[in-house]
Design a protein around this ligand. Structure first.
Ligand SMILES: [Ca+2]
Length: 277
């Protein structure tokens, strides 16, 4: 329980309590297994599982490991939501936006978007962290829901523009190749995306808006824009590629929006007509 007033303060407090306690992948049987198995506590559990071959290492591959971290911290945030009262939530889809939507009276009744991004620390040739993320964190896909914030895109709960707040939970870690759990020195940062945005894409082949890559700048919210307006103006004007698929989807959404406008206009005219009659 926390007494925080805003969703941002609340989320920051909750996330400061987070610990990554996924230690490996469980294999129920193994050539080294011995039965029965007697466990005296968490440490003993891990040791026995590891020495008897029940514990396989987590993947090193960045996207796979990121997914495990994201699921773990979303579960943690959801358990805090459930314990707090007055907060409703919906979990987003794998490729949609956001990862977690928060609503309900606790934060004034509007909708708030929470997105999780796991990022590996870059290290020097001798393995020392150099203060940057391995690659730029992706803040948003730039050519769909973000570019047309009044339209309700597939993979989203509502139009982007309907959110009162957008918050990113950044989970920064150092990859430990030698351990089964892989994740060392975890730091969680909560920021509004515009505050940590750069003017660079996070991928040369995909339509992604990139964050700054200095970890200190991420922590302090020192991005390359002074105001949210400046950020939205820059990135909504950015010449992203529009694939045939995105273009078709856009046409569909525009047609549906026009039909809805026509329907409302018809209802308004019908309504005023009956008033006058
Ligand atoms: Ca995510």
């Amino acid at each position: 329980m926390t007494g925080a007033d805003t969703i941002e303060e609340w989320l920051r407090e909750v996330c400061s309590q987070y610990k990554f306690n996924v230690r490996g992948v469980l294999q129920t049987d193994s050539p080294g297994a011995e039965w029965p198995i007697t466990i005296t506590g968490p440490q003993d559990l891990e040791e026995k599982l590891a020495t008897r071959g029940h514990l396989l290492p987590l993947p090193k591959e960045p996207a796979s490991l990121a997914n495990i971290i994201e699921v773990s911290i979303i579960d943690f945030i959801i358990s805090a939501i459930t314990g707090a009262g007055g907060i409703a939530f919906q979990r987003g889809s794998e490729r949609g936006y956001p990862d977690l939507e928060v609503s309900g009276p606790r934060f004034g009744g509007g909708h708030h978007a929470i997105d999780i991004k796991a990022a590996r620390r870059a290290v020097t040739a001798s393995g020392v962290p150099n203060g940057r993320t391995q690659s730029r964190i992706t803040l948003y896909t730039g050519n769909t829901y973000f570019k047309w914030p009044a339209l309700h895109w597939p993979g989203t709960f509502r139009p982007f523009g309907d959110y009162e707040t957008h918050l990113d939970v950044l989970v920064i870690y150092t990859l430990n190749e030698a351990s089964a759990w892989r994740v060392d020195d975890l730091e969680v940062i909560v920021q509004e995306p515009w505050r940590i945005a750069s003017k660079k894409r996070s991928s040369t082949t995909r339509e992604y808006i990139g964050a700054v890559d200095s970890i200190a700048a991420l922590r302090e919210g020192r991005g390359e824009f002074d105001t949210p307006e400046e950020f939205y103006r820059f990135w909504r004007a950015f010449q992203f590629k529009i694939s045939a698929q995105v273009s078709n989807q856009l046409n569909k959404l525009m047609t549906a929006q026009q039909a809805e406008l026509d329907r409302l206009r018809g209802a308004a005219q019908g309504g005023s007509g009956s008033l006058q009659g």
